[in-house]
Design a protein around this ligand. Structure first.
Ligand SMILES: [Zn+2]
Length: 167
């Protein structure tokens, strides 16, 4: 649902779906629900964490995949499901987010490797994700990996950057 947003810096009004907005006029970034909320701009070049929460959901034609730990680290993916592209005016991109909405991109990765024990994402350039070059999340979901790998492969369907490595 598009909602009218007003840029706190230049006053331009525009329509946006997400709470995290980028002003089309002055390129200012802000959270619509709280324009005073600070934006974290600099991430370390490498982030590694142990994901205790690994989940995937499909809702209203959108596939969400999540790796999170017990603190603040997470790696999330989102993509419109096959057959729903037209409904969303979607171009088939995979959205990736790390630790905060401000650290997000569409098709910003250069490689995505899934194994039964880990997910590793490398990004094309340092600027794509605020300095982050690679993120690794280790996990142990046992036999659940078989179904999970099917879901994840569906997320990355037709993407050459994706590799599923099962030893
Ligand atoms: Zn603005």
């Amino acid at each position: 649902m598009n909602t009218k947003r007003t840029c706190p810096k230049c006053g331009t009004s525009f329509l946006a779906v997400a709470d995290y907005c980028i002003c089309p006029e002055c390129n200012c970034r802000f959270f619509a629900s709280d324009p005073a909320r600070p934006l974290k701009h600099e991430l370390p070049s490498h982030i590694a964490f142990h994901a205790t929460d690994v989940d995937s959901t499909e809702e209203a034609g959108v596939l969400n995949i999540w790796f999170g730990d017990e603190q603040e680290s997470y790696l999330a993916f989102q993509r419109v499901c096959d057959g729903h592209e037209e409904e969303y005016g979607d171009l088939g991109g995979v959205y990736t987010e790390v630790n905060d909405q401000i650290n997000s991109c569409v098709e910003g990765y250069s490689s995505v490797v899934l194994t039964p024990k880990s997910i590793t994402v490398e990004f094309k350039t340092k600027t794509v994700m605020n300095g982050l070059v690679s993120v690794v999340a280790e996990f142990d979901i046992g036999d659940g990996f078989v179904d999970f790998a099917v879901r994840f492969s569906d997320l990355m369907r037709d993407k050459d950057a994706f590799r599923l490595v099962v030893e």
